[in-house]
Ligand binder design. Structure first.
Ligand SMILES: O=P(O)(O)OC[C@H]1O[C@](O)(CO)[C@@H](O)[C@@H]1O
Length: 528
């Protein structure tokens, strides 16, 4: 396409949201009008599905749940007056709590105010809060947030060591919708022990964000924690940033949560429009469908050209991949759907993997995120008439152009600045795009059956570990792996037993391995 035609295509397809100052450019996705027309019936269905979802249909049939994250930013849309009221009241409670914490009206027993937060949670109970903290937390927040988002002992130690001298003024948020996920549970237990180690009464520092009557909720209630905030079954983990999960940590850091909600609401209004060309989420879904042939054949590389948006790709990874990565469609057919997402930030990645994007295997499409405002103050000149921001902007355009010239497609999302409104709008944009795309490919975007399989397998390994220890406790002489497996009634699990024992041995957990560690059949095992 010559320059003139390309400029025309750019103008034809450019989407602009005036209120948010947000642009979306899909002109560098090479679909033609015939392709767009061919998808119109699927889009008609997708728009209709979305209307039903917003009205409270059971859009997550396997779990028999409504899907209501859109109500969080516009409570009047909730299907019952009770829900509308509950959403509004919870928001007020969050704000009141944050204010009391920040002013010291609620303070820890041995300090006049809280200075830090440990946020314990995983997946949707961590990624949104992490993304928002990185994007929006002020340089000197009223409370500084630290995350424990795994069951890695060294990772937990790192946070607890950093906070060793300020634990007495550190608030702990335990965030888990189900209230039973092992990683946050382990984190909570370890953190609780650390507080006990400093003679601090954990309940006076702890806040639970979880479903009413979950295991976590019961513990928090029984122990009299500082506060409990409800999480709703009609909000999925990966779409929970605008529920208590995201809003409590954000408010505590002094982030304007009403502005996040407002930005999301404005975007929700824009993405409700049943017209592909005038709906930015539909334009994204169309582009994704085009890029991957409706089968996820191309990966989505997300490159925000702004350091504070670094975690956007990680956030999107869960939103997109946990929602769209499905074996079965809604009719039970095996479809193996999904879109792989990765990325960090521009122009940093220019010096890492953009070489492959430009010249290597063409198995992706890029999403470039542009932020118009360089910084909040005037920029010094690096060269005469040129600033660092000009370089960043130039690198973005350069990458977009270089990719296009080599037949690599890209989408560009442009926002005026990174602020609570635009961050809320970005989240809402992608939530809706995922929902629409799921309808286009006829899958349930709101369940995650695959994760359960991994959780079950992990639980089975921990059960096996118990059986192996029991076998070793009843045997006086060292045993081979085969003997242990047989006595544990798990001959087919000998490899897992070897890996369990190697881990216990490496951590001085009372297991001794004699023989060549690299030759499992030579090993004899005993309790030391
Ligand atoms: O908030 P919870 O219930 O601890 O779950 C954490 C995460 O685990 C998952 O259920 C599975 O990975 C995610 O969907 C969820 O965000």
């Amino acid at each position: 396409m010559d320059a003139k035609a390309l400029w025309q295509r750019y103008q034809n397809w450019l989407y602009f949201h005036e209120g948010l100052g947000l642009y979306l450019d899909v002109s560098r996705m090479r679909f033609d009008d015939t392709f767009v027309d061919s998808l119109q019936p699927k889009f008609d269905q997708a728009f209709a599905d979305m209307v039903a979802l917003e009205k409270g249909a059971i859009a997550n049939p396997d779990e028999n749940r409504m899907v209501g994250h859109y109500w969080l930013r516009n409570p009047d849309l909730a299907p019952t007056p009770e829900l509308t009221q509950e959403i509004a009241q919870t928001l007020e409670q969050i704000e009141a709590f944050a204010e009391k914490i920040q002013t010291g009206a609620i303070h820890p027993p041995r300090a006049n105010r809280f200075t830090d937060i440990i946020s314990i949670g995983i997946g949707g109970s961590a990624l949104g809060p992490q993304f928002v903290a990185e994007a929006l937390s002020p340089d000197f927040p009223p409370l500084k947030i630290h995350f424990i988002d795994n069951t890695d002992p060294a990772g937990i130690d790192r946070i607890l060591t950093q906070l060793r001298n300020s634990l007495a003024s550190t608030l702990v948020l335990v965030i888990s919708k189900s209230g039973g996920t092992p990683e946050p549970r382990n984190g909570m237990i370890e953190v609780k022990k650390a507080y006990a180690g400093q003679n601090l009464e954990f309940s006076q520092y702890a806040v639970a964000i979880t479903s009413v009557d979950s295991n976590l909720d019961k513990i928090a209630k029984a122990e009299g924690w500082l506060a409990r905030f409800p999480m709703y079954d009609w909000v999925g983990g990966r779409t929970s940033e605008m529920s208590t999960v995201g809003l409590v940590p954000a408010a505590l850091q002094g982030i304007d949560i009403r502005a996040i909600l407002e930005g999301a609401k404005e975007m929700d209004d824009a993405t409700r429009v049943a017209d592909i060309k005038n709906n930015p989420a539909a334009l994204l879904a169309l582009s994704w469908y085009y890029a991957g042939n409706g089968k996820g054949e191309k990966d989505m590389v997300v490159l925000p050209y702004k350091d504070s948006l670094l975690l956007f790709s990680r956030y999107l990874q869960q939103l997109v991949m946990e929602s769209l990565g499905k074996e079965k469609d809604l009719d039970g057919n095996t479809v193996y759907q999904g879109i792989a997402v990765y990325g960090n930030k521009g122009s940093t990645d220019q010096h890492a993997y953009v070489q492959q994007l430009r010249e290597g295997v063409p198995n992706f499409f890029a999403t470039l995120i542009e932020v118009l405002e360089d910084r909040q103050s005037p920029s010094p000149e690096i060269d005469p008439g040129v600033t660092s921001g000009d370089y960043l902007s130039g690198f973005l355009q350069g990458t977009r152009q270089a990719l296009y010239e080599n037949h690599r497609d890209s989408i560009t999302v442009t926002i005026p600045q990174v602020n609570p409104r635009t961050v809320g709008a970005l989240i809402a944009l992608y939530e809706r795009a995922v929902g629409l795309y799921a309808s286009l490919v006829n899958i349930n975007a709101y369940h995650q059956p695959g994760v359960e399989a991994g959780k079950k397998a992990a639980a089975a390994i921990l059960d096996l570990q118990k059986s192996v220890i029991e076998v070793l406790q009843t045997e006086k002489s060292p045993l081979t792996l085969a003997e242990i497996a047989e006595k544990a009634g798990a001959t087919e699990k000998i490899e897992a037993i070897y890996i369990i024992l190697r881990h216990l041995y490496a951590n001085q957990r009372g297991v001794v391995l004699h023989g060549n560690l690299g030759q499992p059949s030579s090993l004899k095992v005993s309790l030391g």
